[in-house]
Design a protein around this ligand. Sequence first.
Ligand code: FM0
Length: 325
Amino acid sequence: MKKTARAHTNIALIKYWGKRDEQLFLPTNSSLSITLDRFYTETSVEFDANLTADRFRLDHAVIEGKEREKVQHFLDKVRRATGETRFAHVESVNHVPTAAGFASSASGYSALAAAAIKAAGQTFTEKELSILARQGSGSASRSVYGGFVEWQKGQLPDGSDSHAIPILNQDEFDLAVLSVEVTTEKKKVLSREGMKRTVETSPFYEGWLKTVDRDLAAIKTAIHARDFRSMGEILEYNALKMHATTLGADPPFMYWQSATLKVMEAVSQLREEGLLAYFTIDAGPNVKVIVEIENEQAVIERLNQIDVVSEIYPCRVGPGITYLD
Ligand SMILES: O=C(O)C[C@@](O)(CF)CCOP(=O)(O)OP(=O)(O)O
């Protein structure tokens, strides 16, 4: 039977940056994210005895090659976990503007994990789904839950303790996440390759590992206290440290472009003027600005004045996985 699930993108406030096990997608450090309401992936899965290979369509186009193989490799994990033996039709639609710089792999693999398990006639707990989704893309482990989510790195070699846990529900600490798209010129280093090169070659990586757990503990305290200022200071600091590690990689690389820096400077200037806003940046030049709801419009107006800003997508804290049939 065909089953469909929806999963949302998430934005990390404490970054997942490095794997201790590439095959099982086990991270070097724990991370923490906000699931967003606006951007999501809807995926349907139907196992079919007549198929001789998994079929994958993304945004109504048949996908072949590496991307299809990655989906088949992931569905092999689903078949091992469920005893399902058939191949599947997979249909995914991304409600994520690709240019917005959101890694749709997070929403993509959590939606795929949820729909595939249901289509195999099984029911997984969120913890089991998180462990499965993690093996498609690390950040997908977090999109299983809504709101504020921690992905615990775990200690066990089999990864059975490396999964997400809910920290705060989506309606318990409302804030705005402004996805600021800047004009982009060059191709970016994909996060998977970027973190691998950094872990293997950057002398700054040990500094990252030394301080990330402290950032995580401090931001959880700030979130539970609804202390926006402290939370903002920590998330911005953590993002800067993550990006600093790439400058020491061999060969070095930088996700920021001049447009990125212009937005970063504007956010600092806003704080000078008393408007509390903080930025975070992932594996690309776009910037996500975190702001309290009452300041959202004022901050959007100011950021729209920056010549290199091409689009701003306002988001709110969003839900975990939902099943559509
Ligand atoms: O989201 C974060 O915590 C931080 C990042 O976005 C920073 F770029 C990394 C996301 O990495 P992902 O795409 O999940 O890698 P995969 O496990 O190799 O698929």
